[in-house]
Design a protein. Structure first.
Ligand code: AMP
Length: 508
């Protein structure tokens, strides 16, 4: 087995690695570090959890030992798709750079430009950035990329999913051709291959694990549910309760940020120690939430894929898919949050009759049939779905039996079920703000409640069955639906996030 000493790293770095408690390099580290130290380009096909961050941070530290940074001219640049990942890489520089004096600057959205400009002015040895914010600074003339010696592009396939490839291409062209490029991606779709052909020079290719496999240590189960959100929430609560003390901490994934908010509020209302993580929360709230989860102050984190992708949260005992992911490979990434480093983990996916297509795609991708916890969808009581539909029909009609106008109807449909929350039943036109009034659990540092104050508003639910509305809206419905996925840019102004107080009807 290779040792860190054999990789050619400097004594300062070896000391830091030892202090971190690592005894031997992981396969991506053993493969990527030697060519990186020789200033060769590297193409690493590896996902998070494989130790890939250290595989570029360690050689960078080594190469940065000589020379120093000049104002506004960073010496190295690391591009990350999300703010959390960028912050995580920064943490790695702190951890492995204990014996170095280097300036690391973070350029991410949600933080003031001025503070970031001051740091750039001081000179950065390492600049860690999300593509949009980097280009913003560049366009303001606060940044010169001509001094960049090493460029790292991390999580390239995620950048593709998020529509960042044109930005990446632009940035690559702003950096000298003679730079060294270290490029990492969990998968290699055609667009990414094209990008590597364009911007890497005879790279050394290291492939460590396929994104299409889930850890053998994870027990995966499917759990049937009726389709309504409140039915799914009830199923989820039962699952959590049934796991008892075995559940040390859990991440619950939703597909859309709106659903993250709703599920989070519902869980808090039901007394669970939960927090939320999605793209619309401001940076401070996201970091606080994440560190509280990492420290064990929060037991449950409700998250969207974008917010949670690649986060290094050690030892998560459970993953729940409240929604089945639309992209099969997201399933692998989600499940990858548990069962890490040989530990055992459990993953439950809540499945409704609407999910069969996506479930098929997942099973095809991972190459196995997933087991049902307690009977498959055919064992779902037919009455349950029927009852559900008729209840919806009743609730959607006013006193005279007519459907209420769309505007009122939207407010009516704040998605807390009548069964789940009696207070909603009597609310004919007001939105469901009962969750805010419900008794709150006592949480360390009042985390969940504070986060709710920062990021939560009551939103009208999308009209999934409203053909009428869809026609009237000239396709607006579809746009709104798409925008709510967490990899879309946040809307301007209130967007879909209309504060609760603005939805309360008033008499004029
Ligand atoms: P990453 O894939 O970079 O997100 O790393 C996943 C986890 O592995 C992090 O918690 C690292 O601290 C840890 N790690 C990285 N390198 C090693 C190593 N050589 N031995 C043990 N753990 C490591």
């Amino acid at each position: 087995m290779t040792t860190f000493a054999e990789l050619g790293l400097s004594p300062k770095i070896l000391a830091a690695v030892e202090a971190a408690g690592y005894t031997s390099p992981t396969p991506i580290q053993a493969g990527a570090i030697p060519p990186a130290l020789e200033r060769k380009d590297v193409l690493g096909i590896a996902q998070t959890g494989t130790g890939k961050t250290a595989s570029f941070v360690l050689p960078m530290l080594h190469l940065l030992e000589k020379g120093r940074a000049r104002a506004r001219m960073p010496r190295t640049l690391i591009l990350e798709p999300t703010r959390e990942l960028a912050a995580q890489v920064e943490e790695n520089f702190v951890k492995y750079g204990i014996n170095h004096r280097i300036n690391v600057s973070l350029l991410i959205g949600g933080v003031s430009f001025e503070e970031q400009e001051r740091k750039l002015e001081r000179g950065a040895d390492v600049l860690i950035a999300t593509p949009g914010r980097l280009l913003d600074h560049f366009e303001r003339g606060k940044l010169l990329l001509t001094g960049v010696e090493i460029l790292v592009i991390d999580e390239a396939d995620r950048m593709l999913d998020m529509g960042f490839i044109p930005d990446i291409e632009r940035i690559c062209k702003l950096i000298p051709f003679t730079r060294q490029t270290l490029f990492f991606s969990a998968t290699m779709p055609a667009e990414i291959t094209k990008l590597t052909e364009q911007f890497l020079h005879s790279p050394v290719r290291i492939e460590v694990a396929k994104a299409s496999s889930t850890a053998k240590t994870v027990t995966q189960r499917l759990v049937k549910s009726a389709r309504k959100p409140w039915d799914k929430r009830a199923v989820l609560r039962d699952l959590i309760k049934a796991e008892g003390d075995e559940l040390k901490n859990a991440i619950i994934f939703c597909n859309r940020k709106m659903d993250v908010s709703e599920l989070f509020r519902s869980l808090v209302k039901h007394g669970f120690n939960a927090g939320a993580l999605h793209g619309d929360m401001d940076q401070r709230a996201r970091m606080t939430m994440l560190s509280n989860f990492k420290d064990g102050n929060l037991k449950i984190l409700v998250a969207s894929d974008v917010a949670a992708r690649g986060l290094d949260i050690p030892d998560v005992s459970h993953v729940f898919n409240f929604d089945v992911p639309v992209h099969a490979e997201d399933y692998v990434h989600r499940i990858g949050r548990t069962g890490r480093a040989g530990r055992s983990g459990k993953a439950f996916s809540i499945i409704t009759t609407a999910d069969t297509k996506h479930l098929d795609a997942i099973e095809k991708m991972i190459g196995e049939k997933l087991e049902w916890l307690d009977g498959d969808l055919s064992t779902l009581p037919a009455a349950e779905e029927a009852e559900d539909t008729s209840r919806r029909g009743r609730n959607n009609r006013g006193k005279n039996g007519k459907k209420p106008r769309d505007k009122d109807n939207k407010a009516n449909q704040a998605q807390t079920s009548p069964a789940e929350d009696k207070t909603t039943e009597s609310a004919t036109s007001a939105p469901d703000i009962s969750a805010l009034d419900a008794p709150q659990p006592i949480l360390p540092d009042n985390i969940a409640i504070r986060a709710m104050a920062i990021s939560e508003t009551v939103r009208p639910a999308p009209q999934k069955h409203g053909n009428e509305e869809r026609r009237h809206n000239n396709g607006q419905h579809n746009k709104r639906h798409r925008r709510d996925f967490d990899d879309e840019p946040s809307p301007l102004g209130f967007g879909d996030d209309i504060p609760a107080f603005m939805l309360i009807p008033i008499n004029i």
